[in-house]
Design a protein around this ligand. Structure first.
Ligand code: SAH
Ligand code: ZN
Ligand code: ZN
Ligand code: ZN
Ligand code: ZN
Length: 513
């Protein structure tokens, strides 16, 4: 199978949801069920609204759920836009063209043939990211080929495939062994027998490796991921090509049924969902999707279990705590720092530039989750959970308050613990970085106003950029049209120049304050 002609991926979730200062873009979660969203190659699109503060303009539009870079999927349609039959047909053809070249069952067939081959004939094309059958070799003659693909290699596709790191597409950050082994052991200690892996290909393969090597731990795993390359390595019952931002199964009902059967087996007993979505702001659509998976699991429950919740691990940066808990109030955040192989920033200990900001959010009682003592985690009897070494119990807050793993200090004026680098500002009347500017927009993020991160790491940056770009492009098209019609188009350009200048000034103010 050829690599998809277009990256089928989502972005390092630099999402679009939530408030975003004064010209934010939000997902409209509760769109009208009577008008289904138009489709892009990644399934149903999402409805967005660009809310301009102080302006009434709230024209809504559809855009791709998965790709936050227009280069990857350029779908754009105003909600009230009527398309001609010809355009609709062209769109359908486009959507078909961008589907993977092989069906799920064709992939399985190829896989079965591949494992029958003698070692010397088992080849993998690095350029095309594809296992080759003897008939394919001619086509890949000039490509970089790896030979002698062993069964062990086939069992670890995340090491054979290169990670689709592009932040604007898949944002594939693979767990470091330390974290992945910790998760597998934890799942087994907690007694789970089935793991629904949503966007966790490396965890999926490690669970399966462990299950095949160790009779005692016979945990089953089903991977749902948008990265189609993985379909070469798994049978239908262990991989579904899936978009977690719109709960779309690319292979239709058959794949949906695979997922349903997996969740509902043994009346839903012994199953957990583990997800590590691209980091970012599309928390709402993710929450909507996870609620659909929860509902699917619930359908298989007997009546007397109706109070039970599907156990979930949602792996995400700590600064999304309030957003996640808004949608899942029973979740709490664990102190465990999840780290990644191919992410310089998110590595544990001294080799990484920083401590990883990525945590596990879960509805499993935290006192059941033992964090590794040898890595410095300790049990806080008052909080009834394991915490980081430096996360000290604050007697005033009555809790171990640190979120980022450093020791936080209690501020009596703010009546809460704050980051060690913050001091109380009497002008702003709250704690902030010493060099913050007391006037102007609050310090913290220039884009969304949140205090716990900067513009450069804002989870909201990319989509707002992309969508703004989409809206700008649309406007540009109209302005070009106007230019052609009236020959005066200067005023439009003028405003955009002033706006740009203003934005630059604001950025300058922010960077230098
Ligand atoms: N740490 C995990 C990988 C997380 S990276 C591990 O090591 O197993 C994010 C994963 O989500 C990638 O595998 C990526 O392909 C997948 N992904 C990205 N966008 C997605 C989408 N819209 N739907 C489903 N999966 C997606
Ligand atoms: Zn799309
Ligand atoms: Zn090739
Ligand atoms: Zn405190
Ligand atoms: Zn304070």
């Amino acid at each position: 199978m050829a690599a998809p002609r277009e990256p089928l991926g989502a972005v390092e979730a630099e999402g679009s949801s939530g408030r975003q200062g004064n010209s934010g873009v939000e997902v409209v979660v509760f769109s009208d069920p009577a008008t289904p969203a138009p489709l892009c190659p990644h399934g149903p699109t999402l409805l967005f609204v660009k809310a301009n503060q102080g302006k009434e303009e709230t024209r809504r539009f559809y855009a791709c759920s998965a790709c936050r870079d227009r280069k990857d999927c350029n779908f754009f349609q105003w909600e009230d836009e009527k398309l001609s039959g010809a355009r609709l047909a062209a769109r359908e053809a486009h959507n078909r063209r961008y589907q993977p070249p092989l069906s799920r069952s064709q992939c399985v067939e190829r896989y079965l043939k591949f494992i029958e081959l003698p070692l010397s004939q088992r080849k993998f094309c690095q350029r095309c990211q594809q296992l080759l059958l003897p008939d394919d070799e001619e086509k890949h003659r000039k490509h970089q080929i790896v030979g002698d693909i062993s069964i062990t290699q086939l069992k670890r596709p995340s090491q054979l495939l290169y990670p689709l790191e592009n932040k604007k597409t898949n944002a594939q950050y693979l767990f470091a062994d330390r974290s992945c082994l910790f998760l597998v052991d934890l799942l087994s200690t907690l007694g789970f027998r089935r793991v629904l892996c949503v966007g966790t290909p490396r965890l999926h393969e490690l669970i399966r490796l462990k299950a095949s090597g160790d009779k005692k731990s016979n945990i089953k795993s089903l991977l749902l991921d948008i990265d189609f390359r993985y379909s070469q390595f798994y049978m239908e019952d262990s991989f579904c090509h899936y978009n977690m931002f719109n709960h779309h199964f690319f292979d239709g009902k058959a794949a949906l049924e695979v997922c349903r059967t997996f969740l509902q087996k043994d009346e839903g007993e012994g199953v957990i969902m583990v997800t590590d979505p691209p980091f970012g702001g599309l928390v709402e659509p993710l929450a909507v999707t996870f609620k659909k998976l929860i509902a699917m699991w619930k359908e298989g429950q007997s009546q007397d279990n109706s109070h039970k919740e599907l156990p979930i691990f949602w792996i995400f940066p700590y600064f999304f705590e309030s957003r996640i808990c808004q949608f899942f109030p029973s979740f709490c955040m664990l102190d465990y720092q999840v780290d990644y192989d191919n992410h310089a920033l998110y590595k544990h200990g001294k080799t990484g530039r920083k401590q990883s900001p990525v945590r596990i959010f879960t509805n499993i009682p935290p006192n059941k989750i033992i964090l590794p003592i040898e890595e410095g985690y300790r049990f806080c009897p008052l909080c009834q959970r394991y915490v980081s070494l430096e996360n000290q119990h604050c007697e005033h807050c009555n809790s171990c308050t640190s979120k980022d793993g450093r020791k936080w200090n209690h501020c009596f004026l703010c009546k809460k613990c704050v980051k060690p680098s913050w001091i109380h500002c009497n002008i702003c009347n709250h704690c902030a970085l010493p060099d913050h500017s007391c006037t102007g927009p609050k310090d913290g993020c220039f884009i969304c106003g949140e205090l716990d991160h900067k513009r450069s790491t804002c989870p909201n940056i990319s989509t707002s950029k992309k969508v703004n770009k989409a809206v700008r492009k649309q406007k540009q098209r109209r302005s070009n049209k106007m230019k052609m019609e009236t020959t005066k188009g200067q005023s439009m350009n003028h405003t955009s120049v002033t706006r740009k200048k203003k934005r630059r000034e604001r950025a300058h103010q922010y960077l230098c304050s």
